[in-house]
Design a protein around this ligand. Structure first.
Ligand code: MG
Length: 350
């Protein structure tokens, strides 16, 4: 039981609005929570739901927090709707760190590689060289944003600009139909494409029939082309990970740790299935990023040598840099993750 639960809603403008297949996103909204337990332990968590990614919204999180009140019981927290995964994650993190549960220093890798995030469209070309110079060897490019013909033509220029041994990830954010996905995947074969993230997508909100058809399409594409595919938008609801493991998904699972209500349980199931996992930012503040990156380091510690580059090359991200996590560099060091001070983020929001 919490002797005091507090929360602060935030609206933080990005330094630069983000362009994705879903449109332009300019202000990050979320909630941070502070949990103080009866023994005086204090912990923090962050709920940062992603717009149009499942049904969770900041409004729903704030309404649920108002209903929980200042002194929620374990039962009332456990009874929160599973749909509010980000909020459940925030409360689980805050209460467990209030109890003093933290990863054991020394048992984790010293550092993990990070993927460089390239902007959509032609701008990506100008960014590859400087990022390669810094030492990045995995790059991620948003596609499905502009004209498909232009983007496909750019792919070869981009591949030619990569340093030797480097790999490119493509993220379509579900924007392609079957024909376009096939056209891209033909192009990707024999090119240094590490994976194609969410080529197509239909979610539960579009109806069960469309959702099932889209899942069949993804499984079919994964079987028909040599380039691995990755699921991201497909993994938004509680139970999705379980369902895709059951379906025998042969590709990658993009896990945004901060969106998972039962993060530990989800990672346990993925581990048991020997799944390939890429850990990814939900564009949270440093507070939430600490939770997410700790999960990524713990995963890598359990599977030495298998770590995919982290999808966390996002900072600097906010107009107010007090909310940023570690600046995007080719490697993130464990000691830099542990240096993140959740209390500082909480305080900066007053
Ligand atoms: Mg994605």
């Amino acid at each position: 039981m919490a002797s005091l639960l507090q929360y602060r809603r935030y609206a933080l403008p990005f330094r630069t609005p983000l362009r994705t297949a879903r449109g332009v996103w300019s202000v990050r909204q979320g909630v941070t929570v502070r949990w103080e337990d009866a023994a005086g332990g204090v912990g923090y968590g962050e709920a940062a739901p992603v717009p149009d990614f499942g049904g969770e919204t900041v409004e729903k999180d704030v309404a649920a927090l108002a209903r929980l009140g200042n002194r929620p019981t374990a039962e009332s927290v456990a009874a929160l709707p599973t749909e509010l995964g980000a909020l459940r994650n925030a409360l689980a993190e805050a209460s467990s760190s209030a109890r003093g549960e933290a990863p054991k220093a020394g048992s984790f890798p010293d550092y993990l590689p990070v993927a460089a995030l390239l902007p959509a469209g032609r701008e990506a070309l100008a960014r590859v060289g400087p990022a390669a110079e810094m030492g990045f060897r995995v790059f991620k490019w948003k596609v499905g944003v502009g004209d498909a013909g232009d983007e496909i033509a750019l792919l070869d220029d981009l591949c030619a600009a990569l340093p030797s041994g480097a790999r490119l990830r493509l993220d379509a954010n579900g924007a392609w139909d079957r024909r376009l996905a096939e056209r891209w995947l033909e192009r990707c074969a024999e090119r240094p494409i590490e994976h194609v993230e969410q080529p197509c997508f239909a979610g539960a909100s579009q109806g069960g029939a469309l959702e099932a058809k889209s899942a069949d399409l993804l499984l079919g594409l994964a079987g028909d082309y040599p380039t691995p595919l990755a699921l991201d938008e497909s993994l938004v609801n509680e139970g999705d990970i379980e369902r895709w493991i059951g379906a025998g998904w042969p590709g990658v699972y993009v896990v945004k740790p901060l969106l998972l209500g039962d993060l530990a349980g989800a990672l346990e199931r993925l581990g048991a299935a020997k799944a390939k996992v890429v850990f990814s930012s939900a564009l949270e503040t440093a507070l939430g990023a600490r939770t997410a990156l700790r999960a990524a380091f713990a995963w890598a510690a359990a599977k030495p040598g298998s770590a995919a580059a982290l999808g966390f090359g996002v900072w600097p991200l906010f107009a107010d840099d007090r909310f940023d996590g570690p600046r995007a560099t080719p490697f993130f060091y464990w000691k830099d993750i542990e240096r993140i001070n959740p209390e500082a983020t909480w305080t900066a929001l007053t």
